[in-house]
Design a protein around this ligand. Structure first.
Ligand code: ZN
Length: 213
């Protein structure tokens, strides 16, 4: 092999190696957006949360951008049966098949999205979410919706136990009070290593990722 040919070979090999690394990096960084309990009963109905209004525009923007970038959007909302444990604690809410269990019109799912039902605080508990995330090769879940210190927290716990990384855009989650929200965020960061960020930073990271590929 002449030194010329060896050079060509090394350049070719280097390029292939870089392409492989970029591919693996993108694959490892696969993300999905979870939308938790943004349902009519949670925003306007029996469990009305005034503060939920704040996060609707941010979630809407994040979801539109996710769909454009091919990031899966997965809705997981309550669809309760009367004997579910939460009903005695909170009263009937988001009962399966009722209007209150539907996603609010402002951020209704599109045909591209996935919609799962849950019967406990956690979006993972007996919902098939873990199987879906594995099929989509997702490694990082971006948790949005209600409430920072309740369903988002229990969903984060189950995500953490299953080895997913967690990102929380703080302008896309909320609770009944500022105190619950702030303490909820701190708990997610400290106990599950969640990255507390915002929707703008996440959208920026998707745009940068797209520019690199
Ligand atoms: Zn519930």
């Amino acid at each position: 092999m002449t030194s010329h040919r060896l050079n060509d070979f090394l350049i070719f090999f280097s390029i292939m190696f870089i392409i492989m690394i970029i591919h693996l990096r993108n694959r490892n960084m696969a993300e999905a957006v979870l939308v938790i309990d943004m349902l009519k009963d949670f925003v306007y109905g029996s469990l009305k949360c005034e503060r939920a209004q704040r996060i609707i525009p941010s979630i809407k923007k994040l979801l539109n951008e996710a769909r454009n970038k091919g990031v899966p959007v997965i809705y997981v909302g309550d669809a309760h049966l009367p004997k579910d444990p939460e009903i005695s604690l909170w009263g009937p809410h988001a009962m399966k098949g009722t209007e209150g269990a539907k996603t609010i019109d402002e951020i209704a799912p599109t045909e591209k999205d996935f919609v799962l039902e849950k019967r406990t605080y956690s979006a993972f508990h007996e919902t098939g979410l873990d199987l879906l995330l594995r099929q989509l090769n997702v490694k990082t879940v971006i948790i949005t919706g209600l409430h920072t210190n309740i369903c988002d927290r229990h969903t984060a716990a189950d995500a953490y136990f299953r080895g997913y990384k967690i990102k929380i855009p703080e302008d896309c989650v909320d609770s009944f009070s500022e105190k619950d929200h702030i303490e909820g965020l701190e708990y997610l960061r400290r106990i599950y290593g969640a990255e507390i960020t915002n929707s703008e930073n996440i959208i920026k990271s998707w745009r940068e990722k797209e520019a690199r590929t």
